[in-house]
Design a protein around this ligand. Structure first.
Ligand code: 13P
Length: 339
């Protein structure tokens, strides 16, 4: 498949992406913070639960993995990535080596891991990886994000995108404007517009093929701590408006991160955009927390809860698949599997 075909398959009707790329140290930290007992196999078992959920490919087109997950074998000793491919899903890679402080900035960050990336991407392509994801995180605050941080992150995202395409891998460029803060939805709109405009200018400079690129975007939302919270219709309207200004129609699809929204909000917002607006790109999902929060609570590292946790995952994936077509309704949530 060429880059455009892979990108189109990832945003085909009724499907979206599952972001499962939480590195194992962060995964174990999360388990401990949730009071879930851990053991040395928990990361493998959790990855297996997610990747091999029966029927997952009906709603999930691709799975974003860590380097560690691309090399994992399941409890029977079989390669997880090979089973993902056999089930008709496209494996993706998060090749970042983590966020580091941006030198000279006021607490802003940039992703690290450009060194040796060409060679690593070639290896991933040989393993069957079809796409990459690289995140930039912009915190809205007094004086942030800075022009410096936006430029530095745009440069790194564009280099990763160009290197991915050289390896035959579709880049997902993820400039996330974070939800945390007491900013208004208007401020979120202005920052998102600025970030998108600088990101696409830089992708052009780095000769990135837009037809073979996807964008992973945050929604235009009121800050989590803002006293006045925008309703679903306003979020949908403002998000579509900023994308129309900042994202070229040549991009095949935009997939959302959930960013700390509740499962239900993430689905409702996606649905409202697809139900009410004509757009030149597919609008779908690439959720981590909004797909996995409930399955994790059900599972809690208990083997006897694997099937119930997988059922909860399938339910959320299906709801979001319907939202990617504007066909979700609140009533459909009634089918949810109880913990
Ligand atoms: P959330 O959906 O939990 O925000 O994660 C998406 C993601 O992959 C961030 O890079």
């Amino acid at each position: 498949m060429n880059l455009n075909e892979i990108a189109n398959q990832l945003v085909a009707p009724r499907v979206g992406i599952m972001a499962a790329d939480r590195p194992s140290p962060a995964f174990y930290d999360l388990m401990r913070s949730e009071g879930i007992p851990t053991d040395e196999h928990a990361y493998r078992n959790w990855s297996e639960l997610l990747f091999l959920a029966p029927g997952l490919s009906e709603s999930i087109s691709g799975i974003i993995m860590t380097d560690e997950q691309t090399r994992l074998r399941d409890s029977r000793g079989e390669s997880l990535i090979e089973q993902v491919v056999e089930r008709g899903m496209i494996p993706g890679i998060s090749p970042s080596k983590g966020m580091v402080a941006l030198a000279g900035s006021d607490g802003e960050t940039v992703g690290s891991g450009l060194d040796g990336l060409r060679e690593r991407l070639a290896e991933y392509a040989d393993m069957g990886v079809g796409f990459s994801k690289w995140r930039a995180a912009f915190q809205i605050g007094p004086g942030t994000p800075s022009y410096y941080a936006i430029e530095a992150n745009a440069y790194v995202m564009a280099q990763v995108a160009a290197l991915s395409q050289e390896a035959g891998i579709v880049p997902i460029v993820e400039p996330e404007v974070m939800l945390w803060g007491d900013h208004t939805i208007e401020r979120c709109f202005a920052v998102t517009e600025w970030v998108l405009s600088r990101t696409f200018e830089t992708l052009y400079l780095h000769r990135v093929n837009l037809e073979g690129t996807l964008v992973k975007a945050s929604m235009v939302l009121s800050g989590y701590q803002c006293a006045e919270q925008a309703d679903v219709e306003t979020v949908a309207e403002q998000t579509v408006k900023v994308f129309r200004r900042g994202i070229p129609a040549a991009i095949p699809g935009i997939v959302f991160l959930s960013g700390g929204q509740s499962d239900y909000q993430a689905t409702a917002h996606l649905n409202a955009m697809n139900a009410n607006y004509e757009m030149p790109w597919k609008l779908s999902f690439s959720y981590a927390r909004a797909l996995q929060r409930e399955p994790m609570a059900i599972w809690a590292n208990r083997p006897e809860k694997v099937s119930a946790a997988q059922a909860a995952l399938l339910h959320r994936a299906k709801m979001n698949g319907l939202a990617s077509l504007g066909l979700w309704t609140k009533e459909l949530e009634g089918e949810a599997v109880a913990p």
